[in-house]
Write a protein that binds this ligand. Structure first.
Ligand SMILES: [Zn+2]
Ligand SMILES: [Zn+2]
Length: 239
């Protein structure tokens, strides 16, 4: 087992090198002493503290943060993919848009367009529901039927998210990884495997470009709207 000396949390996956929550290197330990007492006296950050101790319902942003912590990425594309999959879960729509907008969305203007257009398309296509995996799905996009392989993939994905958000992943990580590896060896798709080994070479650069574009566009709008007013003021002062 591995233990984080900062968070005092024990990880059961021997292959894990760094702490999920603070990214510190882990030490080898023989016993799991991550009990409630330790967690109560050693807070490991606001969100994981909430998850492990209070078991309260998390906001969408908190869920994104925790999932991002687990997979060591917080690119816009990764977070949007998570929001989209989470939006598919359950029969009803929990919110109007695939991903909720916030004040910080003004720094990601291209994503606002994606969110608005995709939310509309989503509601048109994803009109079917599978009671077994409890996901919405599109009959058109899945070729006229909900495939068994997709159903299993959804169940694995939902279980994985529940494990991460509940904090149980600390103990079940190795078993989940072994099951995912077995699936891949058998030629099947695995949600855990896909999420852990996804390529994100260009996502960081795209995020930076997206923020620069948004800042530039906002500056342009501000100048276009305020420049004539300022010019008018200067001319009035000169008269
Ligand atoms: Zn840590
Ligand atoms: Zn299903």
């Amino acid at each position: 087992m591995k233990k984080c000396s900062r968070c005092k949390v024990v990880f059961h996956n021997e292959e894990r090198q760094r702490c999920l929550y603070c990214d510190a290197f882990l030490n080898d330990v023989d016993e799991d002493d991550t009990d409630e007492d330790i967690l109560q006296h050693q807070p490991v950050g606001n969100i994981i503290e909430k998850v492990l101790k209070e078991k309260r319902a998390l906001s969408h942003e908190s869920m994104q943060y925790l999932i991002g912590c687990y997979f060591h990425t917080r690119t816009f594309n990764f977070l949007y993919s998570f929001s989209r999959n989470e939006f598919k879960m359950g029969k009803d729509y929990r919110r109007p848009l695939v991903q909720p907008l916030s004040i910080s969305s003004v720094l990601t203007l291209p994503w606002i367009v994606v969110i608005l257009v995709d939310s509309l398309i989503f509601r048109i296509f994803y009109s079917s529901y599978c009671p077994e995996c409890q996901w919405k799905y599109s009959l058109i996009l899945s070729g006229g039927a909900h495939k068994r392989e997709d159903c299993e993939y959804h169940k694995e994905y939902m279980n994985l998210i529940k494990e991460i958000l509940s904090g149980r992943i600390l103990k079940t990580e190795k078993a989940l990884w072994d099951a995912a590896s077995e699936k891949v060896k058998a030629g099947q798709r695995s949600a855990y495997y896909d999420l852990c080994l996804r390529e994100n070479k260009y996502e960081g650069a795209l995020d930076v470009a997206c923020i620069w574009f948004s800042c530039g566009f906002l500056m342009y709008v501000i100048v276009v709207f305020t420049f004539p007013i300022m010019l008018k003021g200067v001319l009035l002062l000169q008269l």
